[in-house]
Structures are given as structure tokens and as C-alpha cells.
Design a protein around this ligand. Structure first.
Ligand SMILES: [Mg+2]
Length: 268
């Protein structure tokens, strides 16, 4: 994995030559990771850059997050961009509307699991359960480090006891465990869907996808866009399918700022 700025000549050329679909994760990519999800505010300077990007000719902007749709919308607070929530299970904005169909039986099982998990974690400090509809998330960022294996064990056991393997699957993110519908869909699938949709909405233009994210769930998008676009991991602490890395959210801001100046300087 290379530092993106070390390959800037190549990136600059691509950005100037082709229209862009820029897909950005939210937590840890646009906003620094905070102790609780509610505290992960979008920095003002980043919001200004996103607004400028959305207004730039030849730029389509999407924020693709694991947060619920209303949550990610209110955290970013901009019009004229595409939002995708729950790891790509939903998307809307800028002429886009997408929602994956969820079986009613799944919703019933998750309602039951939520009650059981709330009961089991009642005395565990630092665990926050969030029903993101249709996802159910168990956040443990505030928990005692020594207790994390136990928190994970309770989660695994409870899900196993629910015995609905065909309907639910679990995913591990940064300091979060999630129950999701067992559907073959992820951030990679929604990014491909958005790319196809945008290309057809805009006369088959050769749009270049750029994806920036820091989480394990972003690896699906890195895999989908391998050899098709520019993939960027935020941080460099782990092995990744991304081509490039940017070390933190400030570097993401710097990268987006460069795109704004390239796109406003030269029309594509
Ligand atoms: Mg993230």
C-alpha cells in the first residue's frame, strides 16, 4: 500500500481527465473517531470542502456509512449528495433511491434478540445497543478493555441460541458487533450499483470511482473497485485491499481539497 500523495502525478491526471464518483465513509474517514457515535461531529472545514465538492463540475459525491440513514444524514447535513446508510442497504439523494427488501421474519427475530441482548448486557458497563433498523449494533467502545472478550462471547452465544442462521448474519466492525439480514449485499455492492446508475443517468460517461474508508466493512468496496478505480484506506494499521492509504482524517481533508481545486481549475 502506497501513500496516496507519493503517487500524486498519476492521481492528478485521472482526476482531471474523468468525471468522478467519490464515495466516502463517515466515521474515521470524514470525522475523527470519538468516544460515542453522537460525538463524532463533522469538522466545519470538512463540511465546507464537501459542499464545494458537491458543487464542482464532474463530481458526484456519496457518503457511505454503517450508520442508519437518518443518522448519517443529520451528521453530514448537506443537500445534493447521495447518502447510503446501513452499509449500503439503503441509498438516497440526488436522483437516487434504493432500499433492499428485508423479510418480516428477520425483523421479528431482531426484535427478540434486542430484548435478550439488553437483558444480558444490563450490568455490563460501556455497552450501547442501537437498533438501526434493520441492523442491530452492539457498541463497546466505552467498555473496559479486559471485558471485551466476554462481551463478544455473550453476543456470539445469544445469536447462536436464536438459531436463525438463514435469516441473520453477524459482522464485526471497529468496536462494534452487528446483526444484519443474511443478504449478499455490502458497501462494495452499493458502490457498484451507484456507479452503474450514475453512468446511465449521465449518458454513459466513463466515471472514475474513488472510495475512501477506514473500517473492515470498507474492504468490500476496495475489493469491488480493484482495477476499476482509486481505493484509499484511512490509517495504515492493517493489511488491506486498498491501493493507497492516507494516514488520518486531516489527510483525507487535504486530498479532497486538492480535488476541489483541480476540478474547479479545469472543466471535464
Ligand atoms: Mg469508518
Amino acid at each position: 500500500m502506497k501513500n496516496l500523495f507519493c503517487d500524486w502525478d498519476r492521481i492528478q491526471l485521472l482526476v482531471q481527465q474523468r468525471p468522478l464518483l467519490i464515495c466516502l465513509d463517515y466515521d474515521g474517514t470524514l470525522s475523527p473517531i470519538a468516544p460515542t457515535p453522537g460525538q463524532a461531529i463533522l469538522p466545519g472545514k470538512t463540511k465546507r470542502i464537501l459542499r464545494a465538492l458537491a458543487a464542482s463540475p464532474g463530481v458526484f459525491l456519496a457518503v457511505v456509512s454503517g450508520r442508519s440513514m437518518p443518522d448519517v444524514k443529520s451528521m453530514v447535513g448537506l443537500k445534493n449528495i447521495v447518502y447510503s446508510g446501513n452499509h449500503g442497504f439503503e441509498a438516497e439523494g440526488n436522483g437516487i433511491r434504493f432500499k433492499l427488501r428485508i423479510p418480516a421474519a428477520y425483523n421479528r427475530i431482531v426484535a427478540r434478540l434486542e430484548r435478550t441482548l439488553r437483558d444480558k448486557y444490563k450490568t455490563t458497563r460501556g455497552v450501547v445497543i442501537e437498533n438501526k433498523k434493520p441492523f442491530l449494533a452492539v457498541h463497546y467502545r466505552l467498555a473496559d478493555k479486559n471485558n471485551i472478550p466476554n462481551i463478544r462471547k455473550i453476543f456470539r452465544q445469544t445469536v447462536k441460541e436464536a438459531g436463525a442462521k438463514q435469516l441473520i448474519r453477524t459482522k464485526t466492525g471497529k468496536m462494534v458487533l452487528e446483526i444484519q439480514p443474511s443478504v449478499d449485499w455490502d458497501k462494495g455492492k452499493i458502490v457498484q450499483w451507484l456507479l452503474t446508475k450514475k453512468r446511465s443517468m449521465h449518458g454513459g460517461q466513463n466515471i472514475l470511482p474513488i472510495y475512501v474508508g477506514d473500517d473492515i466493512t470498507d474492504e468490500d468496496a476496495f475489493g469491488t473497485l480493484r482495477n476499476k478505480g482509486i481505493t484509499i484506506l484511512v490509517g495504515r494499521s492493517r493489511a488491506s485491499g486498498a491501493q493507497y492509504y492516507l494516514s488520518d482524517t486531516d489527510k483525507v481533508h487535504a486530498f479532497l481539497k486538492r480535488i476541489v481545486s483541480l476540478k474547479s481549475a479545469k472543466k471535464t
